[in-house]
Design a binder for this molecule. Structure first.
Ligand code: URA
Length: 240
């Protein structure tokens, strides 16, 4: 693959821009400066260095973020800054998308990728990848609310009641809710339909992958092969 094409695929700019950066001597391939944009490079194990930053080549990008409150999961936010503003521009240019959305005031585990098939597998209800939320509620969580969430609640635009895969009271006002899908405002609407109100919402985990405790709000990191395997793990009730 030609060097300028590799650079473009990784989000380093337009074809013209990538060619210019290589010609200017600003790109190192596996640690050695290369000023020929048409040089053939092997993407396997390739490391590119630009502006002093080294980027391993990735055919597809898989990223997680600890989403802070006050950010919208949209490239065109209306009232708040975009979560994409928290990522390096290279990742945005190469076309990363949110893997499902979180509301602007929801915090926690948010995934991004440019792999359409991966995104589909993660959000399709048929794949059964669980999303685990911690919801702080306005009123004490009653047994009736827990029973309703487990049995299934009616949401206005849904043909059938929707039940949580699992539901537990963590303290008087806090619920842990595990869902198989990610419909619009689903947790807030389900809790409202069960007679309470969500004041604060945080996504703790997707599949068997929990938000790393050492990742501060607003920070991101790459997902590795082990992370991806845990993410795609279908929900099993014994481990919930
Ligand atoms: N359910 C909600 O209501 N909001 C979110 O952000 C995620 C799930």
């Amino acid at each position: 693959m030609k060097l300028h094409r590799v650079l473009q695929s990784q989000g380093f700019g337009s074809r013209k821009g990538c060619i210019a950066r290589v010609r200017a001597g600003a790109v190192a391939v596996n640690g050695v400066v290369c000023d020929d944009p048409d040089a053939e490079v092997d993407p396997d194990g390739l490391e590119l260095t630009l502006d002093g930053v080294t980027w391993p080549y990735r055919e597809k990008a898989y990223v997680l973020m600890h989403k802070p409150a006050g950010y919208e999961c949209s490239h065109h936010p209306s009232h708040h800054p975009s979560v994409f503003a928290l990522l390096p521009p290279e990742l945005v240019v190469r076309g990363l998308q949110c893997v499902g959305r979180l509301d602007q005031d929801t915090t926690g585990l948010l995934l991004f990728s440019d792999d359409g098939q991966f995104i589909h597998r993660m959000i399709s209800p048929k794949k059964g990848v669980a999303k685990v939320y911690c919801a702080v509620c306005a009123e004490p969580v009653s047994d009736a609310t827990l029973d309703a969430l487990r049995a299934g609640v009616r949401l206005s635009d849904e043909p059938a009641p929707i039940a949580a895969l699992a539901c537990a009271r963590l303290d008087a006002h806090t619920l842990r809710l595990t869902l198989a899908e990610g419909k619009y405002h689903q947790v807030r609407r389900m809790v409202a339909a069960a007679g309470n109100h969500v004041d604060r919402l945080h996504r703790e985990a997707v599949g068997d992958f929990a938000l790393p405790a050492d990742l501060p709000p607003g920070a991101w990191r790459w997902l590795d092969a082990g992370d991806l395997k845990r993410l795609e793990q279908p929900w099993r009730s014994a481990t919930s």
